[in-house]
Write a protein that binds this ligand. Structure first.
Ligand SMILES: Cc1cc2nc3c(=O)[nH]c(=O)nc-3n(C[C@H](O)[C@H](O)[C@H](O)COP(=O)(O)OP(=O)(O)OC[C@H]3O[C@@H](n4cnc5c(N)ncnc54)[C@H](O)[C@@H]3O)c2cc1C
Length: 292
């Protein structure tokens, strides 16, 4: 099933979950259980990340099989094309299609830290070019990434949105954003996108706060602002108590998501990091107060 059709048919915001390849033996052993717990929450679709370095690609395919073939869930296969030749991208997409995947989230990816990594001949510099190449060759639903606070390498938000418009012109039918802790970033970004003539659904990325350490590491990697509200809130609890931080993160996300839903957001996309308790708490909270 094409995810754009699910998004268009939904009366209200879609709910979706991003999964990653399990990185430990324990994670691998537990992933079936994790997926089952997430499926029970009745998401509209999943997405499955892809390692730009190459090392995690088989893991991505295995996960796609678990989500799509075993659990019958609609899923976007991410394709991070950094350094991949056009033929290698085609070959990868064919592998997705062989297991029945109909949805592709095309991103550039970042240069892997591996010093032996070599870019293949003809590789593309930006995801807009990847979409332009892939779209006519693969009859699938295409999705793009976007950054409410602007991408870290972007000249500024307006320029970044100009390139986002190119991705849509080249065939992306919907957008999923990076996460943010202040909804105003998203509202300003959304207004600029609409003013620029981008009319496709824009799904808001939500990163539950799982631990303070993880929050700081992830934000430093992707450039998300840790707002004064978050900093002040975390000062009111014992941040060394994992359960307390988790509960605070759930409450914060419930308020954030409720506000996004009230604004008429097209969808909420949760970066699960293969965890279940926070998204379960957030969705239960939203359902309890009648927001979903
Ligand atoms: C929803 C989502 C999912 C993601 N999934 C993954 C994943 O599975 N694997 C992974 O490795 N990474 C993933 N990422 C991270 C992503 O790969 C990085 O953020 C990467 O740095 C940018 O990829 P992009 O496709 O968004 O960038 P692009 O759209 O290629 O843009 C990158 C930069 O180049 C600029 N730019 C774009 N087009 C042009 C142009 N034509 N000329 C000049 N400059 C241009 C942009 O302003 C931006 O600063 C994801 C990000 C998001 C938001």
């Amino acid at each position: 099933m094409r995810i754009i059709d699910i998004v268009k048919a939904k009366n209200g915001p879609t709910i979706s979950f991003e999964m990653t390849r399990p990185k430990s033996e324990q994670g691998e052993a537990n992933i079936g259980n994790v997926l089952d717990k997430l499926v029970v929450l009745k998401p509209d679709f999943f997405t499955m990340t892809f390692g730009a370095g190459g090392g995690t690609r088989d893991g991505s395919l295995k996960m796609l099989h678990r989500i799509h073939a075993e659990r019958k869930q609609p899923v976007f296969a991410h394709l991070a094309g950094y350094g991949m030749s056009p033929a290698h991208m085609d070959e990868t997409v064919e592998k997705f299609k062989e297991i029945g995947i109909e949805n592709l989230l095309v991103i550039r990816g970042d240069k892997p830290h591996d010093e032996n990594f070599k870019e293949q001949e003809g590789s593309f510099k930006h995801s807009s070019e990847m979409i332009k190449y892939l779209k006519p060759r693969h009859d699938m639903c295409f999705c793009s990434s976007a950054y409410p606070e602007a991408h870290q390498e972007a000249v500024d938000l307006d320029t970044d949105i100009g390139f986002l418009k190119e991705k849509i012109a080249n065939g992306a039918e919907m957008i999923i954003t990076q996460y943010f802790y202040d909804n105003q970033f998203f509202y300003d970004f959304l207004a600029k996108c609409r003013a620029a003539g981008i009319t496709v659904p824009i799904i808001a990325g939500v990163m539950p706060i799982y631990s303070v350490k993880m929050m700081n590491i992830l934000a430093s990697l992707c450039g998300a602002t840790i707002t004064e509200e978050v900093k002040a809130g975390l000062l009111t609890i014992n941040v060394d108590e994992a359960v307390e931080v988790n509960h605070w993160g759930i409450d914060f996300a419930i308020k954030q998501c409720a506000d996004l839903i009230d604004s008429g957001v097209d969808g909420l996309h949760f970066y699960t990091l293969n965890r279940t308790s926070s998204v379960t708490g957030i969705l239960e909270g939203l359902r309890t107060v009648g927001k979903l």
